[in-house]
Design a protein around this ligand. Structure first.
Ligand code: F6R
Length: 579
């Protein structure tokens, strides 16, 4: 879960690599490093964030360079464990994203052969292994070295005496950007889009020999053809555009994102496969899991098709999905747990669907059908617009299978989401800011909405927050309620409204302040709550989306009041490529 960038061309590599790493910081940001080659290898690497450091391009020269921004897995974040890592003679430098599972074994045998290791990382073995096989041709040495590696890797390798960057990929993302007499390599395309939209997505087992004006790709040492794709995402959409934070910008993009994502075409073959499904299994993690839970409510309500929703990392502990349909919902398309669950479903003859935001991501290579959400690049670690985009695509599936009315309902929603975005969440955020702990409660589809609200809150504010089915709170958590534990209650005028109102009264009777989020004009709710947030009046679906949007803004505002690092919360990374 790190970010890597490489460059070879006519320009000084350092500013390009540094800027690229800044765009990949969502993948990890505890340390960074850059290496160039100009007859020798030059390296700068440090603990901390590249976005907060200054790398002097004059200290490192060369038109060929690699860089890394780290999310520590093996070894604490410090200068030594930061990448790039080098061979004993310092002539070979590598950056690595992934995990080398058999690194201890390799390290022991290389140490016995006389290699000296400096870091605690798994990655350093790669540099030494390549050194062992190096005989004047870095490509051949990489071919030999990767045969020994178990686990996952996206690797970039440079050598002091050769003008080429070698890239290798297995189960970790890696793309190549083809510029004009210059080439880029990166964990994803955001660092590359400023320079070129011609992107090659490497496949598992690929090793690429990247020269300044040509790339040759091999698999099993045989040359293979990988066509470049012209990518629609633009560089501007990966910039903050006047907002204080990416999260804020991404929240505000949701009206368009929702519509663009709902308006995808589902190919006929995919619709036919969906229509055969007597049961659907959804696997996902975090926010995407919550979108999956919401899909279950919609699917069972409108289409009467049973849906099983599993946290991807737990999927292996239950009976597998057999001969039916599985959805893997994942913004990044790289989440290791989700990919593992999807692959195991394929082995059980399931028809698999990937719902993802990232063109060419790993999940798109594994699934039978791919439905792309149209959220555009999501930079903030906390998922917001990608969640709304997932809901839109999942709603499209429901609409396609069994309820055309959804399309009509959705057609009037754009201004309603915009109205929700005008809501000033600050007064409610002031209540949350001072809380010891927060509970988010809801019933029916508003239960996963409350789970998502709590996840967003804890993720970016560091306040302990729990989402609960409103009916469950009395089965234990009541003992925690007091004046310092505000409860955010989602109480919409649907079938569960009367019981939800009773639940709110029970909470109030135990001394906890209640922020009620409900349908516009609900005087009863306004009366019993300490603070009332009305949702713009419209349809059932718009209330679901708007409640989610308002909870995102509540978390955002609370984090602003607390002065948190909103786009890069501590200890997290956006793309979780480890199990
Ligand atoms: C929360 C968040 C995470 C992700 C989770 C799955 O804001 O972003 O919980 O939702 O790591 O990621 P994807 O959707 O990329 O599989």
């Amino acid at each position: 879960m790190c970010g890597i960038v490489g460059y070879i061309g006519r320009r000084n590599a350092v500013p390009l690599v540094v800027e690229g790493l800044k765009r990949l910081e969502y993948r990890g940001y505890d340390s960074f490093g850059v290496a160039t080659a100009d007859g020798r290898i030059n390296i700068i690497k440090k603990q901390g964030r590249i976005s907060e450091s200054c790398v002097d391009p004059l200290l490192l020269k060369g038109c060929m360079g690699i860089g890394h921004t780290r999310w520590a897995t093996h070894g604490v974040p410090n200068d030594v464990n930061a990448h790039p890592h080098t061979s004993c003679n310092g002539d070979i430098a590598i950056v690595h994203n992934g995990i080398i599972e058999n690194y201890s074994e390799i390290k022991r045998s290389l140490t016995a052969e006389g290699h000296t290791f400096l870091s605690d990382t798994d990655s350093e073995v790669v540099a030494h292994l390549i050194e062992k096989y190096y005989n004047g041709d870095i490509l051949q040495a990489v071919f030999s070295a990767v045969l020994h590696l178990k686990g996952s890797y996206a690797l970039l390798v440079i050598c002091s005496s050769e003008k080429r960057v070698i890239a290798a990929r297995k189960s970790s993302p890696l793309v190549i950007g083809e510029g004009d007499a210059e080439m880029f390599a990166s964990s994803d395309m955001t660092p590359v889009l400023e320079y070129t939209r011609k992107i090659i997505f490497l496949e598992d087992g690929d090793v690429a020999d990247i020269r300044d004006s040509k790339v040759t790709i091999y698999n099993n040492k045989e040359p293979v053809e990988r066509k470049s794709e012209l990518v629609e995402w633009d560089f501007e959409s990966a910039k903050k555009g006047g907002f204080d934070h990416f999260m804020q910008k991404e929240i505000f993009e949701q009206p368009d994102v929702f519509f663009n994502s709902f308006n995808i075409e589902i190919p006929e073959k995919a619709v036919a496969d969906l229509k055969k499904a007597s049961q659907i299994t959804v696997v996902a993690c975090g926010t995407s899991y919550h979108a999956g839970m919401m899909f279950r409510y919609m699917m069972e309500k409108y289409c009467k098709i049973p849906v099983r929703v599993e946290i991807a990392s737990e999927y292996m502990n239950f009976n597998p999905c057999k001969n039916s349909v599985m959805f893997a919902v994942t913004q990044s398309g790289e989440t290791a747990d989700t990919l593992a669950a999807l692959r195991s479903a394929k082995n059980e003859n399931c028809i698999t669907f990937a719902i993802t935001n990232v063109l060419g991501s790993s999940v798109t290579r594994s699934a039978d059908h791919v439905l792309y959400t149209r959220a555009g690049p999501e930079i903030s670690v906390a998922a917001t617009k990608s969640f709304t985009a997932q809901l839109a695509v999942l709603l499209k599936i429901v609409s396609c299978l069994c309820n055309d009315d959804i399309e009509v309902e959705i057609s009037g929603m754009h201004p309603v989401i915009e109205e929700a975005l005008l809501y000033d969440a600050e007064p409610a955020a002031l209540i949350c800011r001072d809380a010891a702990s927060l509970f988010f409660i809801g019933r029916g589809i508003f239960y996963p909405v409350s789970l998502e609200g709590a996840l967003k809150m804890k993720e970016i504010t560091y306040i302990h927050a729990e989402g609960y089915a409103a009916g469950e709170l009395k089965h234990g958590p009541f003992s925690l309620l007091c004046e310092e534990t505000p409860v955010i209650a989602l109480c919409i005028k649907d079938d569960s409204y009367p019981v939800m109102m009773s639940n709110i009264k029970e909470v109030k009777a135990r001394g906890a302040p209640v922020i009620g989020i409900g349908s516009a004009g609900d005087i009863d709710l306004e009366e019993i709550c300490d603070f009332y947030i009305p949702l713009p009046k419209s349809s059932e679906i718009s209330e679901i989306i708007n409640a989610s949007v308002i909870l995102q803004m509540l978390a955002y505002k609370t984090a602003v009041l607390l002065g948190r690092d909103i786009d890069k919360p501590r200890n997290l990374a956006k793309s979780v490529t480890v199990i």
